[in-house]
Design a protein around this ligand. Structure first.
Ligand code: CP
Length: 305
């Protein structure tokens, strides 16, 4: 039985097959409409979510399966003190596969150690968000035609942004990838990722503070929200929250083919005027998230169509 806890749980070849499957689902959705008939997905969300929970649910419904779950810790027996380990034992009796989001780093790993069904990590604290990474990879491959030889700007809260951590881990496996890490000093990428992932894999990167300076040379800009929920005090968050605002004036510095991605939700970091720019791909990204989660559910349940 397989789980998805980290983006590295799939080899590059397996990832290619998964993205190919997602592409086939996009082209021929009717072929897959009953693939999961009789199967159930449980969504265990101890933290707020719109996209990740609902896209997993939409994915299972599109495959002809059904869904059950909870959308906050308060509405589950976690509020009475039940552990993740005990909860997952129960869920294994109710469902065939589950997606779990939890505020603690490593919670999904604990869950898979006590589970008899596949566990999908739907975000564990500031650590990883592998299904967002699958979404990002499918978006990039579909819109750019490749996952290699690109200069990628990662901008915003690189310290707490788990989507960035997962994406870096996944992309360093492709040739010719370079990063520009764009953040204020306080929100720099953690040193364990700079040293253990970028340096160890000899990945070229630079760290800059000004977004305008980086824009002209980028193939892709990945914007992120300042992660309010991970700050220890409100004052620091308020000081940081509007550090970057991508607007039409800044977009004028970027090349004609530079894509803008964002895992969403957005707060102020991308002005709504950018939405109509053809380089803005963050709403297309949401649709790719459904196809790739359909492919993931089929893969983890070992269902071939
Ligand atoms: N991208 C993402 O994880 O969004 P949600 O928090 O709404 O699930």
């Amino acid at each position: 039985m397989r789980h998805l806890i980290s983006p590295l749980d799939f080899t590059v070849e397996e990832l290619d097959r998964l993205l190919d499957l997602a592409g086939d689902i996009e082209s021929h959705p009717e072929k897959y409409a009953h693939a999961c008939a009789g199967k159930k997905l449980a969504t265990l969300f101890y933290e707020p979510s719109t996209r990740t929970r609902l896209s997993h649910e939409a994915a299972m419904l599109n495959l002809g399966g059904s869904v059950l779950g909870f959308s906050s810790a308060d509405s589950s027996s976690a509020a009475k003190g039940e552990s993740v380990a005990d909860t997952i034992r129960m869920i294994s009796c109710y469902a065939d596969i589950c997606a779990m989001r939890h505020p603690k780093e490593g919670a999904a790993l604990v869950a898979c150690e006590h589970s008899s069904i596949p566990v999908i990590n739907a975000g564990d604290g500031g650590h990883q968000h592998p299904t967002q990474t699958l979404t990002d990879l499918l978006t990039i491959r579909s819109l750019k035609g490749r996952l290699d030889h690109m200069k990628i700007g990662l901008c915003g809260d690189l310290k707490f942004g788990r989507t960035v951590h997962s994406l870096i881990n996944a992309l360093v496996r492709y040739p010719g990838i370079e990063f520009v890490l764009i953040s204020p000093e306080e929100l720099r990428l953690p040193s364990y990722i700079r040293h253990d992932v970028l340096d160890k894999n000899n990945i070229p990167y630079e760290e800059v503070v000004r977004l305008e300076d980086a824009l002209p040379e980028l193939d892709l800009l990945y914007m992120t929200r300042v992660q309010k929920e991970r700050f220890f005090n409100e004052e620091d968050y308020v000081r940081m929250k509007d550090f970057y605002i991508l607007d039409a004036k800044k977009m004028a510095h970027a090349g004609p083919d530079m894509l803008v991605l964002h895992p969403l939700p957005r707060v102020n970091e991308i002005s709504v005027e950018v939405d109509k720019d053809p380089r803005a791909a963050y709403f297309k990204q949401v649709q790719y998230g459904v196809y790739v989660r359909m492919a993931l559910i089929l893969t983890l349940l070992e269902i071939e169509v």
